[in-house]
Write a protein that binds this ligand. Structure first.
Ligand SMILES: NCCCC[C@H](N)C(=O)NCC(=O)O
Length: 475
């Protein structure tokens, strides 16, 4: 066989980066919807009388089905059994469905008068939509990771993962910055909750940003079909060059192999600690800016939006460093140290100046670039490729406990630490500001634990020789 015949579609730079560009659109839309409600917390409180606990319940719903019903684990098994095409279409369809239910719930404030399982039905139904969406976006996330490994293994894998994450973070950035202006622009007379009563009143449209997200998700669903045709061509070229089929098929006994691997557990625990101190923070960041730094609600999203902005450039940059120079475990430890530093300063009841918040958010952005750009490309160094879908799904499953539990805990702690706010809301008097000290101490504690686990991972890497400190590009 000649050298030319052995080349496959993934050996074409244009083809593999083109494939990456297409799947990134789907993830962009998914990340936009994930955080679209974050800057709307004060509006949900003023328009529909949601409490911080209600907001925490809604936010935690992201992980309900993934965690308690093991949907993510099923997703990983489906991915390894059925492949990336089927799983990608399935997961982006689920995202569209969940977003549709969430939109319907938010546009029906009359649900506020009922309760379901002790929760306001308005909150509950929005949460159900978000829970379904959470299944879709998480399974899409593991599918996309597997697609990147398929196209980029032995090439610029960390850079590719970094680029995909950068596009996804663009979605997060837009989700933090755009909803308040969008909701204000589409202000209308609609049903609101005032002192427990439903009244027709002029006010910002909380549902407008969700409608926008829904349209983006439909576009992401359609574009995934374009990827499917590329994937078919890749498989055809691999079959011709006899390049893939050396990979052993996934067996259920592989799950046992994954969960008895200590390196897997260290990555998974580091993942839940790290991400629980960043993503749930984003859900409360705009509110923190209003309450701690005295920013106007219309401008409060600007500072938190700097967080994903920095990651757009830094995640691919650090991914490139890992590809060429290695030092993956060290990068994860440095990221965890930055988390501890940032949240500790946020927790101080002093330095309440907006420029301090800007600096802290930028440092947090560096952490959110360092850790993911090293963490995700490290997984294929610990786990064989045929078990990757299941391994990623197990890691995301463990991570989802944090993405579900921490926002709920923060909402509860916020209400408990600020009883005067709840009282003022109930009495219809001027509402005082939330004190965010306790929630920020919780985030700092997660950073501290992440440093310890990062160090254990580095020690394990030395012992087992995973190569986490070695470059990804094979010379
Ligand atoms: N805001 C979207 C949450 C996606 C969570 C997902 N499990 C994940 O961790 N993705 C990797 C990342 O760094 O975004």
């Amino acid at each position: 066989m000649t050298e030319a015949l052995r080349l496959t579609l993934r050996d074409s730079k244009a083809a593999r980066w083109g494939a990456l560009g297409i799947i990134s659109i789907t993830m962009f839309a998914g990340y936009f919807l994930t955080d679209v409600m974050s800057p709307l917390k004060p509006m949900l409180e003023s328009e529909f009388a949601w409490s911080s606990t209600n907001y925490g319940i809604f936010t935690s719903a992201y992980g309900w089905l993934n965690v308690f019903f093991g949907m993510l684990i099923f997703g990983g098994i489906i991915l390894d059994k059925m492949g990336v095409r089927f799983t990608g279409i399935m997961s982006s369809g689920i995202m569209v469905l969940g977003a549709g239910i969430k939109y319907w719930a938010i546009t029906n404030p009359t649900l506020v008068t009922d309760t379901t399982f002790g929760i306001h039905t308005h909150v509950f139904m929005a949460a159900v939509g978000f829970a379904i969406f959470g299944v879709g976006v998480e399974i899409a996330g593991i599918t996309v990771s597997k697609i990147i490994v398929k196209w980029f293994k032995g090439n610029e894998m960390a850079l590719a993962m970094g680029m995909q994450m950068a596009v996804a973070r663009l979605g997060t950035m837009l989700a933090i910055a755009a909803p308040v202006p969008l909701a204000t622009y589409f202000s209308s007379v609609h049903t609101q909750v005032v002192n427990g009563e439903l009244v027709e009143k002029m006010g910002p449209s909380v549902s407008a940003p969700i409608a926008f997200a829904f349209v983006l998700l439909v576009i992401g669903f359609i574009t995934f079909f374009i990827y499917v045709s590329m994937d078919k061509k890749l498989d055809a070229s691999l079959a011709e060059s006899n390049g893939t089929d050396s990979e052993e098929p996934f067996k259920f006994s592989d799950i046992g192999r994954i969960v008895t691997n200590k390196g897997f557990w260290l990555i998974a625990v580091l993942c839940v600690l790290f991400y629980s101190s960043v993503f749930p923070f984003i859900k409360y960041a705009s509110d923190l800016m209003v309450n701690k730094y005295g920013l106007d609600q219309n401008l409060a999203g600007i500072i938190p939006s700097l967080l994903p902005l920095g990651t757009l450039f830094l995640t691919p940059l650090f991914g490139g460093v890992y590809d060429k120079k290695g030092k993956g475990a060290t990068m994860m430890i440095i990221g965890a140290v930055l988390i501890l530093l940032v949240h500790s300063v946020f927790s101080l009841p002093i330095l309440n100046y907006w420029f301090v918040a800007v600096v802290l958010v930028i440092i947090l952005g560096i952490a959110l670039s360092l850790v993911p750009s090293a963490m995700w490309p490290s997984v294929p160094k610990i786990i064989p490729e045929n078990q990757l879908g299941t391994a990623f799904s197990l890691i995301f499953w463990i991570q989802n406990w944090g993405l579900m539990g921490i926002p709920l805990l923060i909402g509860y702690v916020l209400d408990q630490s600020n009883p005067e706010v709840a009282l003022a809301k109930a009495n219809g008097t001027a509402v005082p500001l939330y004190d965010y000290t306790n929630p920020m101490l919780i985030f700092a504690g997660l950073g501290l634990l992440a440093i310890i686990v990062g160090m254990l991972l580095k020690m394990e890497d030395k012992k087992k020789g995973y190569g986490l400190e070695l470059p990804n590009i094979q010379k």
